[in-house]
Design a protein around this ligand. Structure first.
Ligand SMILES: NC(=O)c1ccc[n+]([C@@H]2O[C@H](COP(=O)([O-])OP(=O)(O)OC[C@H]3O[C@@H](n4cnc5c(N)ncnc54)[C@H](OP(=O)(O)O)[C@@H]3O)[C@@H](O)[C@H]2O)c1
Length: 290
């Protein structure tokens, strides 16, 4: 049987790396993985993790999702001339008071998370339509389902991805192409290190009012505690990707925690939104609410 050809973006670390390693090391050698990354100088970590288990099942390609030509070049280097499963995973974060974010920083987040994902899908869509099947999996975030203070632009990018994927999923039903979002909460990866963030003590923070600064400090404490106590490991996320990949009729949304997050549930049951916003504020700034 032909191997399933999988192309994954953002494989230099985190979820993309773990997924590439898992699929390329599959004992049945069911998958041929094209692990892409924007900077090939970072490929050693992936090679180290996959060890000798990837004979004939892994190729590493350069791909920057903000660079259309690099996407097309990577696509053209797929030996099988088809991709069965496309995983749009590359993403970056931006954290801090909104009034401090430069247009360039905001643009960069949207370029990677939103337009990068969309233009990657654009490049592979005609091939999937022509071959009459395909899977598109996108690493989503609970930050794309409910708002998070101090993450306005990141959430905007992930909310937008929800809309793009849902719209596409409706159409692609008619082409036997399934779109799935793998909705992650906090995951232990390099994400927090890689994100652009205003750190306490940064001189730029002196430009914001003291009330905002106090709330930002609380948010950072909350964030640290959530990542220390509730973050999932990439292996947990990979299992969910595998569920979606192996399902004959994949769902549109998979929640990596196994359940619909309570705040997402609240948005559905209380659609005017106020309860969700108050609940989020209470969770993060509880001292403020008392
Ligand atoms: N970790 C979490 O808590 C969490 C929660 C929800 C959702 N997510 C989502 O999960 C996805 C993967 O993140 P992660 O947690 O695995 O973090 P990560 O370890 O920082 O991985 C992000 C990956 O995206 C790559 N990337 C960034 N800009 C790129 C570009 N222009 N072109 C191609 N690749 C690019 C990075 O490459 P470089 O090494 O070159 O920067 C890296 O390989 C993201 O979409 C993120 O939004 C993460």
């Amino acid at each position: 049987m032909d191997k399933k050809v999988v192309l994954i973006t953002g494989c230099s670390s985190g979820i993309g790396l773990s997924l590439a390693v898992r699929l390329a090391s599959n004992p049945d050698k069911t998958f041929k993985v094209y692990a892409t990354m924007r900077n090939l100088a970072k490929k050693e970590r992936l090679l180290e993790c996959v060890k000798g288990l990837h004979k004939g099942t892994l190729d590493i390609l350069q791909m920057d999702v903000t660079d259309r030509q690099s996407i097309l070049d990577a696509r053209d280097r797929v030996v099988e001339k088809r991709v069965d499963i496309l995983v749009c995973n590359a993403g970056v974060g931006l954290m801090g008071p909104l009034e401090l974010q430069s247009l360039d920083s905001m643009r960069q987040i949207l370029e990677v998370n939103l337009l990068g994902t969309i233009q990657t899908i654009q490049a592979f869509l005609p091939g999937m339509k022509a071959q009459g099947h395909g899977r598109i999996l996108v690493t989503g975030s609970t930050g794309g389902l409910h708002g998070l203070p101090f993450n306005e632009v990141y959430c905007a990018s992930k909310f937008a991805i929800e809309g793009a994927c849902e719209s596409l999923a409706v159409l692609l039903l008619h082409f036997n192409i399934h779109v799935s979002l793998i909705e992650c909460g906090p995951v232990n990866t390099d994400f927090l290190v890689n994100l652009q963030k205003a750190d306490l003590g940064d001189t730029t923070l002196q430009q914001v009012d003291t009330h905002t600064l106090g709330l930002y400090e609380k948010y950072l404490q909350h964030c640290d505690s959530v990542f220390q106590n509730a973050a999932q490991d990439t292996e947990d996320i990979v299992k969910v990707f595998l569920d979606a990949i192996q399902s004959p009729s994949p769902a549109f949304r998979y929640f990596t925690s196994g359940v619909v997050p309570p705040l997402t549930q609240l948005k559905i049951t209380e659609p005017d939104g106020s309860l969700c916003i108050h609940a989020m504020s209470k969770i993060i700034f509880s001292a403020e609410e008392k």
